[in-house]
Write a protein of this length. Structure first.
Ligand code: FAD
Length: 595
């Protein structure tokens, strides 16, 4: 009789949104606080686990690593129907970054030997989306990220995977690690007996003192900065100052002197992302702008890393946006993206060239391969950062600070990595994208294929549904649809958002109401953005406003005034005498749309 299958669901206790506080002394979040909940996406993972249990009869085991107070998260999972619960609780786990966290959880995977490990896509506090892929790498298992609708047939798992431009259907051999992109929360169905929670210490998991907690972490939060309170959100009904908003959004970026480093002694890498439907994800050019921002201080050259077989005109575009050289990673065609191929190619290239830092985009693809690369090479990885700073620039060992908005709008947590290179995934919208020199063919180096991959994951179907969605990363003015505005508002907004520099997003409530596709979603369970101006139409909850907190200006317009908002924009455009397509489209958009 084969042993019944087992599904391990990883859940994290997080601060109630908006209530998290840092302990200024330890620079860690206070986890003893009674203001804590189970990370919402982890409950969606639990629901997926229980739906698979109904299909297979397998056991569902909930696990968390955290202080004693985190046992409440396991009681919550047991009340919602989990069969067993395991609490990794030990002082030696404290202060863990994602790699040390994943290492502890991967040790439990070895012990429990599950058929599936389910995690949430990301947490509400650290929000790096790194732990799932890092468990997979450390446990040498295949992975899918941002998956929904899991189903098992003939011993193989099938799942839908959300990308930045559409949806794919994948099958994966089990055991595997799957991070869940969205779903529902399972209801409480029973009482929970605290004695049903098994506790394990670092001893029980084996391994030495340098495996877990602060000592096992290649990154640390260097300080907690309280920034001057940003201008808060303006709630307006009609007659907001659209001209001023346009000025903020489209103000020509200050001319930037080309960074010329005479004798570079280091390299900063910016990983580009060719899109399946053609072109480069704008986040690729932002990564170059970010690398350029510290190249002079670090006396570093900027290298664009291009995972694709046919570089086409991309090297010229990358050179114009600041790349001194281009390294093409062969064997990783964008339309045939696979985690294993890009992870193998990038890890091999980093090991061969030892750059000082590697910046990848915080996109669906970047969140999929970058954590695995960092885990494979034991590197510190800062997730969803928005800026870089250099400390001790004139020494032989300068520090690179990866700045991360944390918990609330005015707190920034600079993260430093002990490792070289250090890595980071850059939040889209954090840097203005602009060419700094004319296009020409740069030095291009080709890295050969680094292996055929493992064939454990197969894409059965790949659909590009919103090819334009990545333009969000380069948008200066982002229009956000709240719920209940109806199709007229969305059509007008879609027209306006075809303008270079303007993009359209939707709140989680609007996506949940079926009024916008998931690829446009912003919010704590989706994505954060950092445009110059965010113009929200209709109801915006605290979570949505958190997701746009890095914007310079946030204006939310009363639900009943969305067309006035566009008219105000059109008037401003005419007054501002904005040339070209922006004017045409805004004027066209102001004409009522036949609904
Ligand atoms: P994510 O990677 O976003 O979580 C994904 C999924 O993994 C979760 O949905 C859950 O299913 C599972 N999971 C995560 N943690 C646990 C757990 N403890 N127990 C069980 N399952 C879990 N560390 C870094 O390495 N790099 C950073 O950039 C970084 N930035 C941080 C910023 C802030 C503001 C804070 C508070 C912490 C940061 N950390 C960072 C530390 C990091 O939050 C912790 O290591 C945490 O345990 C995992 O990271 P995460 O919250 O980003 O989880």
């Amino acid at each position: 009789m084969s042993t019944p299958g087992r599904i391990l669901v990883c859940l994290k206790q997080v601060p109630v949104p908006g209530r998290g506080v840092f302990d200024e002394r330890t620079k860690r979040i206070r986890r003893d606080d009674d203001q804590a909940v189970t990370n919402p996406l982890d409950l969606h993972a639990l629901a997926q686990g229980m739906a698979l249990r109904a299909q297979t009869g397998w056991e569902v085991v909930a696990v968390t690593m955290g202080p004693p107070a985190a046992a409440e998260t396991l009681l919550d999972a047991l009340r919602r129907g989990a069969d067993r619960a395991v609490h990794l609780v030990d002082r030696r786990f404290a202060g863990a970054d994602t790699l040390a966290t994943a290492r502890a959880l991967a040790r439990l995977v070895e012990r429990e030997r599950p058929d599936l490990v389910l995690t949430g896509r990301a947490t509400l506090d650290g929000g790096t989306a790194q732990v799932g892929p890092q468990i997979a790498e450390l446990a040498a298992l295949p992975q899918l990220t941002q998956a929904t609708n899991l189903r098992i047939g003939d011993g193989v798992l099938a799942a839908d995977v959300e990308t930045d431009v559409g949806r794919e259907v994948w099958t994966v051999a089990m055991p595997a690690v799957i991070s869940i992109g969205r779903g529902t929360e399972p209801p409480w169905v029973t009482e929970a007996d605290p004695s049903a929670v098994e506790t394990l210490t670092a001893e029980d998991l084996g391994g030495g003192p340098r495996d877990f907690g602060t000592r096992g972490s290649p990154t640390f939060v260097a300080e907690i900065r309280h920034e001057a309170r940003k201008r808060s959100t303006e709630y307006v009904s009609v007659g907001f100052d659209a001209a001023e908003l346009l000025e903020v959004a489209f103000a020509p970026a200050a001319p930037e002197a080309e960074v010329v480093v005479p004798a570079p002694s280091r390299q900063i890498w910016a990983v580009a992302e060719p899109l399946p439907a053609g072109g480069l994800h704008p986040a690729s050019l932002e990564a170059l702008a970010c690398a350029r921002s510290v190249a002079g201080e670090l006396r570093a050259s900027v290298v664009a890393v291009l995972p694709c077989d046919r570089p086409q005109e991309f090297p010229r575009v990358l050179y114009a946006h600041g790349a001194d050289r281009v390294l093409v990673l062969r064997g990783t065609e964008p339309a045939e993206y696979r985690t294993d191929l890009v992870t193998d190619a990038l890890s091999t290239a980093i090991a061969a060239h030892s750059p000082f830092a590697v910046i990848a985009p915080f996109t669906a693809r970047g969140r999929d391969y970058a954590p695995r690369v960092a885990a494979r090479l034991g590197l510190g990885l800062t997730g969803d950062f928005t800026a870089l700073e250099v400390r001790d620039a004139d020494t032989d060992e300068p520090d690179l600070l990866w700045l991360k908005p944390a918990l609330s709008a005015d707190v920034v947590a600079p993260v430093i990595a002990h490792s070289t290179p250090s890595m980071g995934t850059l939040r889209p919208g954090s840097f203005a994208v602009r060419a700094v020199r004319d296009q020409r063919e740069p030095d291009v180096e080709f890295a050969g294929r680094s292996g055929a991959g493992d064939d454990l994951c197969n894409a059965v179907e790949r659909r590009v549904e919103i090819p334009d969605a990545p333009r969000l990363a380069a948008a200066r003015l982002v229009i956000g649809l709240g719920p209940g505005l109806g199709t007229g508002a969305r059509r007008v907004a879609e027209r306006v958002a075809t303008t270079p520099g303007i993009a359209l997003v939707a709140t989680s409530a609007a996506v949940a109401a079926g009024e916008a596709p998931p690829q446009l979603e912003i919010g704590p369970l989706a994505r954060s953005i950092a445009p110059a101006v965010y113009l929200g139409l209709g109801r915006h909850d605290l979570g949505t406003l958190q997701a746009v907190k890095a914007a310079r200006r946030v204006v939310v317009v009363d639900p009943g005034a969305w067309l006035d908002a566009f008219t105000g924009l059109v008037d401003a455009v005419v007054t501002a005498n904005v040339e070209g397509v922006l004017l045409d489209l805004l004027l066209a958009a102001s004409r009522p749309v036949a609904s």
